[in-house]
Each structure stands twice: as C-alpha cells, then as structure tokens.
Design a protein around this ligand. Structure first.
Ligand code: F6R
Length: 245
C-alpha cells in the first residue's frame, strides 16, 4: 500500500483528484468506481475545476458507483443518484448512458445485483475505484461481519444508520431499510484503488485498517492484500500511525 500524506482535507482532495485526473488522461476511456459521502466531495470539486479549465475530459469515461439505497428513486434528494448528479455528474461530461449506479427503484434485489455485476463485467471491470471509509472500517455498505462479501448484494441497514438518517426524511417510515452495495470482491477486482480518509475521528480506524490484521471485522483491512492501493490521508487521520510510518 502506498500511504500518501496530506496536510488537511483540501490537500487530500487535491492529491486524490490528481491521481484520478492522471488516470483519465492516461486512459481516456477509464472505468471509474465512485463513492458518495463527505470524503470525496472536495475531489469532485477539484475535478470539476480542472474539467472547466480543459485539463481533464470525462467524455469517454464510464462510471459505477459503490452503492444506493433500495427503495429510493433516482430523483429522491437522499438517493446517491441525486448526490452524484448534484456534486459531480451535472458539472462534467460523462455521457448519461455511461453513468451507472444500482437502481434503488428496482425492488427485486437478486435481479438488480446480478444486473449490476454483469454491467461492470461488460464494461471490462473497474480501472480505478475511489473509496471512503466508515468509522467502523466499512467500505461501500460492507459492514463488519464474519466473512468478506463477494459480489453486489442487498444489505440491511443497522438501526443506528436508520436512526441517523431519520432527520433527512419526512417520517421514520420513509427511511430506507436496505441498500444495494458492491461487494468486497467487486471492490478488490478493481485494478487500482484510491481510498481517502480525513479527520481525527478516523485516526483509530486508519491504524487498524491499514496496519492491523486482515479481518472481515474491519472490512477495509482486505485492501492490504490488493496490489495497487493508494491511501490518501490527512495528518489528523494519520495522527495515531506516527510510529508506523
Ligand atoms: C459511500 C460509501 C461509504 C462512505 C463511508 C465514509 O458511497 O460507500 O462507505 O465512503 O461511509 O463516509 P464519509 O466520507 O461521509 O465519512
């Protein structure tokens, strides 16, 4: 694993955006795996700036997002479709027909997950997968478990996630109970992985995830076995790894 040290969130975002931009310049028809959440927002902002300057062109790219809530339509303002369009896709030139996310409106989970994995395979696999990491070491919606998941699958959200999401919905009943997510194997099949981590609240999990034993109890530990992973982390996130770097 390459650990790339950044000063702060902005520096982390610029460094990760540089890697993604280089990927697209070297291979204009790259298949990019993308993430939602607060970690990648600065990367998307930076890539939009470079796109507007004419420094990077996404016109031949294909994208696959990690996850989506089951039961939310693409136009719901809490869907990951909505997030990605608002924060990235609407400002760049990836052709709409080459933007892929699991379809939250498709309630037949088996069918939707099989469709998504087949679409990733048909695109030739993911060239570069961008990841964030949860406080418990989750990647995508792959939560701590007794085994590593394989392909795209449907997960039950934990009570704490449902509780935390409640404020974004009209009523508790509207909060999605499940999500579709790429599996750990899907993520590990990406040819290259960039994981971004920022903030002191992630310092403990950064140490466990990238320097601790590989275990499905901390899903991100599996990344230690991948041959091309760049961890772009700011000083706060690396603050408990001083003796290891
Ligand atoms: C997002 C995703 C999640 C987040 C993770 C970190 O598509 O799959 O695994 O990457 O929860 O979230 P933030 O970046 O908000 O700390």
């Amino acid at each position: 694993m390459k650990i790339i040290r950044a000063k702060d969130y902005n520096d982390m975002s610029r460094k990760a955006a540089n890697i993604i931009s280089a990927q697209v310049i070297l291979k204009p028809d790259s298949v990019l795996g993308l993430a939602t959440g607060s970690s990648p927002i600065g990367i998307y902002e930076q890539l939009i700036k470079w796109y507007n300057k004419g420094d990077v062109d996404f016109g031949a790219c294909t994208t696959f997002n990690l996850d989506e809530y089951r039961g939310l339509t693409a136009d719901h303002d809490q869907s990951y479709h909505y997030f990605m369009h608002k924060n990235f896709f609407d400002a760049i030139n990836v052709p709409a027909e080459r933007i892929n996310l699991p379809d939250g409106a498709q309630l037949d989970a088996e069918r939707e997950c099989a469709r998504y994995d087949a679409a990733i395979r048909a695109a030739g696999g993911i060239d570069l997968q961008l990841l964030g990491m949860g406080l418990n070491g989750h990647i995508g919606f792959n939560e701590p478990d007794e085994f590593f998941s394989k392909g795209t699958h449907c997960v039950d959200l934990t009570e704490s996630t449902i509780e935390a999401n409640k404020r974004f919905f009209a009523s508790a009943d509207d909060v999605p109970r499940q999500a579709y997510t790429m599996g750990v194997q899907t993520i590990m099949l990406a040819r290259r992985i960039v994981i971004v981590v920022s903030g002191e609240n992630k310092a403990d999990i950064v140490r466990q995830a990238f320097f601790g034993p590989v275990t499905p109890r901390v899903p991100a530990t599996i990344l230690q076995l991948h041959t091309d992973v760049s961890v772009v982390a700011d000083e706060a996130a690396l603050s408990k790894c001083g003796d290891l770097l």
